[in-house]
Unconditional design. Structure first.
Length: 351
């Protein structure tokens, strides 16, 4: 997690804060502001241009050092490099490991890598292409079974049996069955700024829907779509990637996930959640009904914290209110009907 550096006084929550800094040029303390400018970062000997967020004096334009902003910009540069070279993101590597119930050290031993290798990759170090190819291969449980059968591995028999059980459970897991089969056909895209530098994750998307459906009594579909958008955008703003990897498009009632009707159809087929039409004083309402529990460990603590924050922020908003509120966002105002709303607008979110 990125923290506020010493010497920076935070006066805002949930967006880039206003910071009190001493400007040597102006010879006084000022309320510094964050601007965006093009900068070149060197990643693996390659020059990568990114939109850097820089802290400046509002009066003279003097730039200040801010570790938090520099860290996020560096993360964007790394993600842009990964996208270009088709490399897994750190969270995707972590998800591969965790689906088999392995610690970082056990996973490294399984792959005959150094003890700290997985730790470095999950914390942002860029993996080489050979390692990336093996990780992609092992993401599929059937491939993990083949790997275990054909390679000499360094984990003991007890851990191997436990791993084989995890593989078998994954192979026979009927949860998200329809979505897991269909999602790759329609939603598989390389990470980019349009999906928050994350490939679409059907399970996380479903977990987000279930979270809000259980958190917000009588949740309407229109409101849910806005809650999902704000959650992904705010998480991107804070951590440099989205939660679900969904693209959001500009429609009449505000930002919505691309192909959301198809996604809801998949969730209904998987008995995860469905939309129920109810009539209230003659008005037709589309209510979100959860049909299952949120899978354990589907969402990280950081992701849950953002979802809680969004739910609290809009707790008293109806569908029309949150829709009107979303229309004021810069990303919505500067796009046209049907256009994708880039995650680059996340920095302008009003919360």
């Amino acid at each position: 997690m990125l923290g506020i550096p010493r010497g920076c006084v935070c006066t805002g929550i949930g967006r880039w804060p206003s910071l009190r800094k001493y400007c040597e040029v102006c010879a006084k303390e000022v309320d510094a502001k964050v601007i965006t400018k093009k900068e070149i970062y060197e990643v693996c000997t390659e020059q990568v241009e990114v939109d850097a967020r820089v802290l400046v004096c509002p009066e003279c334009g003097e730039e200040f050092y801010c570790e938090e902003l520099d860290s996020v910009t560096l993360l964007h540069a790394y993600n842009k490099y990964r996208t270009k070279h088709k490399l897994l993101l750190p969270e995707e590597i972590k998800k591969i490991r965790e689906q088999y119930g392995l610690s970082q050290r056990s996973f490294a031993k399984l792959l005959n890598w150094g003890d700290k290798t997985i730790h470095r990759y999950e914390n942002g170090a860029i993996q080489d292409k050979a390692h990336n190819s093996l990780l992609l291969f092992l993401r599929t449980p059937e491939n993990m079974r083949a790997y275990l059968a054909e390679n000499e591995i360094l984990i003991d028999e007890r851990r191997k049996e436990k791993l084989l059980t995890a593989v078998e459970n994954l192979e026979h897991d009927c949860g998200y069955h329809t979505g897991k089969k269909i999602a790759p056909l329609f939603f598989t895209e390389m990470p980019s700024v349009e999906n928050g530098f994350k490939s679409f994750d059907y399970e996380k998307f479903c977990a987000m829907v279930l979270f809000f459906a259980k958190k917000c009594a009588g949740l309407q579909k229109v409101k849910l779509l806005k809650l999902l958008n704000y959650s992904d955008m705010v998480f991107y703003q804070k951590y440099g990637s989205s939660i679900s990897g969904a693209k959001y498009v500009h429609l009449t009632y505000g930002p919505v996930p691309q192909n959301y009707d198809m996604l809801f159809g998949m969730m209904e087929a998987d008995h995860i959640a469905h939309i129920e039409v109810v009539f209230d004083h003659g008005y037709e309402k589309h209510q979100v009904i959860p049909d299952s529990e949120i899978p354990q460990e589907a969402l990280t603590e950081a992701e849950l914290a953002v979802l809680e924050r969004i739910a609290d922020k809009f707790a008293d908003f109806g569908s029309a209110e949150i829709s009107n509120y979303s229309h004021q966002e810069k990303g919505y105002a500067l796009t046209k009907q049907g256009e994708v709303i880039s995650y680059s607008y996340a920095r302008d979110i009003r919360l």
